[in-house]
Design a protein around this ligand. Structure first.
Ligand code: SF4
Length: 312
């Protein structure tokens, strides 16, 4: 029997849907066929009339239509003043639709950072929150104790947007009933137990503290350009976009978009520092040892790195 997916867009830019449509091997149609998934509704893929959509929702709520996977893209908007009326569906707050659908889904997947942690609107008057987290705090819209009818918490797939291979992997795991080990933010360890820094092609430059003060060269972007790769967990340098690219590969510092507190309330592309020393160092590192090691490493930097003689 086919598994069913309902895809709900809340407070979002649509980037995760674009990610879904970018899937390549398998592409989205192949994946749906392989996993025997029927998409009941997706705002970019469904072209049925509003009356069909209404009947579909009624059928899900009555239990006549089973719902295996609910994918939510975008934050739950609670403003103004807790009413949710900044984001509506047929004149009613969309947050009520979220609250209704989650009761019927066997698995709920938060696709992207906004759905996972609240994202860009979480400090504003739209009162955005993630489904089960608000930034680093468990709770969010559904509460810390929420579990689906199958006993699962919301599975968070942060990223702005979430990489399509992560989504394909989680849909496969859910469909095959495989265990999905999660980290403290309910994100699968398979993709969120590594730093963006791991796999960055600028790593050797980082090692010897060969740093760039501006865009356009091959060195590391940590000390001056605000790169958050050593502080942020995610698969960006493991699962490349279009099989070839990531921010740091093309010379753009990581902005930490998979982090629960993204976006930070200070400028991108500038490392906050005191007397030239970054305020935030790589996750878990001992400050004194790190700085001593970096000074020695910079003194030992090979000429080929100082002259940027590597291919990226
Ligand atoms: S550019 Fe960023 S991710 Fe790459 S090595 Fe430097 S700090 Fe790490």
């Amino acid at each position: 029997m086919s598994r069913t997916i309902y895809w709900l867009q809340c407070g979002a830019c649509g980037g995760d849907s674009m990610g879904l449509l970018s899937m390549e091997s398998p592409d989205i149609l192949e994946l749906l066929k392989l996993l025997d998934i029927e998409i009941l509704w997706h705002p970019s893929l469904s072209n049925a009339k509003a009356s069909f959509h209404r009947s579909l929702l009624e059928a899900i709520f009555s239990g006549e239509q089973s719902l295996d996977i609910l994918c939510v893209e975008g934050s739950v908007i609670r403003g103004p003043g807790g009413t949710g009326m900044y984001d509506t569906f047929e004149g009613k707050p969309k947050k009520d639709l979220v609250g209704g659908l989650v009761k019927h889904a066997k698995a709920v997947v938060a696709v992207g950072t906004c759905a996972s942690f609240g994202g860009i609107g979480s400090d504003g008057e739209i009162e955005a929150t993630g489904l089960q987290f608000l930034k680093r705090n468990k709770g969010g819209f559904l509460g810390a104790e929420f579990k689906t009818t199958s006993g699962l918490p919301v599975i968070n797939l942060p990223g702005c947007p979430c990489h399509y291979d992560v989504l394909a992997g989680i849909l496969s795991s859910v469909c095959y009933g495989m265990p999905i080990p999660l980290n403290q933010y309910n994100s699968p360890l398979e993709w969120y137990n590594m730093l963006i820094h791991q796999g960055c092609v600028r790593n050797e430059y980082h090692e010897y503290r060969v740093e760039e003060p501006d865009f356009g060269d091959k060195g590391c972007l940590f000390f001056h350009m605000g790169c958050r790769g050593p502080l942020s967990y995610g698969p960006c340098n493991k699962l490349l976009w279009n099989k070839r690219s990531s921010k740091t590969r093309i010379g753009v510092p990581c902005v930490g978009c998979t982090s629960p507190d993204f976006p930070q309330n200070y400028p991108f592309f500038k490392t906050r520092n005191i007397a030239g020393i970054p305020i935030e160092l790589p996750d878990g590192i001992d400050r004194a040892h790190y700085l001593a090691y970096k000074s020695m490493a910079a003194a030992a930097a090979p000429e080929r790195l100082k002259k940027r003689q590597t291919n990226i």
